[in-house]
Design a protein around this ligand. Structure first.
Ligand SMILES: [Zn+2]
Ligand SMILES: [Zn+2]
Length: 418
């Protein structure tokens, strides 16, 4: 019987993996320039970690978590997102004792039991960043600018940056009343989930993905109109700083986040080229979460970027050149031994070198050079070994260059051509 990946999961194979490396490396370099340190977190947590922070009435907790009992009878959950795990770690290791801002990033798989569709998987990968301990909107502007720089540097174009403020616990009650007034008269037409949410958490209705509900809630009062003075000042300053940093964005008062923990700033980056799953990255501020996890009151802000959303956008943009610098083609056993040694000497210099271990005709060795996209070839036979001279042939422009049969000289030629 042949086995297959589970529904909604995928294997990531070469050459696609080169795009993954490109994104991860580019992001890591930019994180470094902003002082973000990598943090590695477990992929499962006690179920409570997610329930309390993401919200009992959110779609994620209600429908999408991979939750099960382990052999010790504990309820554990595969992480559906990174921030809750991060905050758990932040409090557990007293990272708040270090001078603010504390800045971290992570990469890794997340799990949600959703209906698989294009660009949406049940195991999906995120690169996320979290900055802790500063309430000032300059930090918000900085992290949004960093995200913009990352997306730009990996080669993404034509993205929409949208920001809003979703208020705080002071200003939300007024908004909630206005929202309930707006939705109340047509509540019967909403889906059963939304009718229930009307009493438990009406804000969640703004996040419902049922098309009828999306239509019905059009024109609902945005929280942006109900901000308290503190939230409004915060948002106004953020706008000022984003303009100062020349981040291209627009305010979208209807932006909603599917997680309960956000306060004030929320943002999303989307692409028109991804169909209905248009979000590429999203994030926001979560000023009360650390306290709710038992730590001292500590503001925080973060974002996560979806790898499976970014990669299809890059496939036509990034040229993946994935082939060895050199293929050594030996013509007999003695040349094969010589080549084996030469390959080692060149690899020690950091060059990607392949050698044909099976001696076949020169024609078939050249065919292989093309198939593996080798950039250069060396043919090794009696003549080359006796004269101690070889020819490095470029497979790209067919230029031939003579060299001593000497690793230093060959390496110099390869480096010149790469
Ligand atoms: Zn407020
Ligand atoms: Zn609904």
């Amino acid at each position: 019987m042949k086995h297959k990946t589970l529904k909604g999961l995928q294997d990531i194979l070469p050459p696609d993996i080169s795009i993954w490396h490109h994104i991860e490396k580019t992001a890591a370099n930019i994180f470094k320039s902003y002082g973000y340190h990598e943090i590695r977190l477990p992929i499962m947590e006690s179920t409570e970690v997610f329930k309390r922070s993401i919200g009992e009435t959110s779609d994620i907790v209600e429908k999408e978590m991979y939750t099960f009992q382990d052999k010790g009878g504990r309820s554990v959950t595969l992480r559906p997102e990174g921030t809750a795990s991060f905050v758990r770690a932040y409090v557990e290791h007293h990272l708040h004792n270090n001078p603010p801002p504390q800045k971290y990033y992570y990469t890794g798989p997340m799990f949600r039991y959703e209906r698989p569709q294009a660009f949406r998987y049940r195991q999906f990968y995120q690169i996320g960043a979290e900055a802790m301990g500063i309430e000032d909107p300059k930090l918000d502007a900085e992290i949004i600018s960093m995200l913009s720089r990352i997306l730009d540097s990996i080669g993404l174009k034509g993205l929409n940056f949208e920001i809003t403020s979703i208020g705080c616990k002071e200003c939300r009650p007024d908004h909630k009343i206005a929202l309930k007034n707006f939705l109340g008269s047509k509540l019967d037409a909403f889906c059963s989930d939304c009718r229930r949410r009307y009493d438990t958490n009406p804000l969640r209705i703004l996040d419902c993905k049922v098309p009828a509900c999306i239509e019905l809630r059009k024109g609902s009062p945005p929280v942006l109109d109900y901000l308290c003075k503190e939230c409004k000042d915060h948002f106004d300053s953020l706008n000022k700083y984003l303009k100062l940093l020349k981040v291209p964005y627009r305010v979208n008062p209807n932006l909603v986040r599917g997680l309960d923990y956000y306060t004030k700033t929320a943002f999303e980056v989307s692409s028109e080229n991804l169909g209905s799953q248009s979000a590429v990255a999203a994030g926001g501020r979560y000023d009360s979460m650390v306290k709710e996890f038992g730590g001292p009151p500590t503001p925080g802000i973060g974002f996560a970027m979806g790898m499976e959303r970014v990669i299809p956008l890059l496939k036509d943009v990034i040229e993946i050149s994935d082939g060895p610098e050199l293929l050594i083609c030996p013509l007999d056993n003695a040349a094969s031994e010589k080549g084996l040694h030469l390959a080692e000497l060149l690899r020690a210099k950091g060059l990607w070198v392949e050698i044909n271990h099976e001696i076949t005709s020169l024609k078939s060795q050249m065919r292989k050079a093309n198939r593996i996209s080798a950039k250069n070839v060396i043919v090794l036979g009696d003549d080359e070994i006796n004269s101690h001279k070889i020819v490095v042939k470029s497979m790209i422009d067919k230029v031939e260059k003579e060299s001593k049969l000497d690793a230093d000289q060959i390496a110099a030629i390869l480096q010149q051509r790469s």
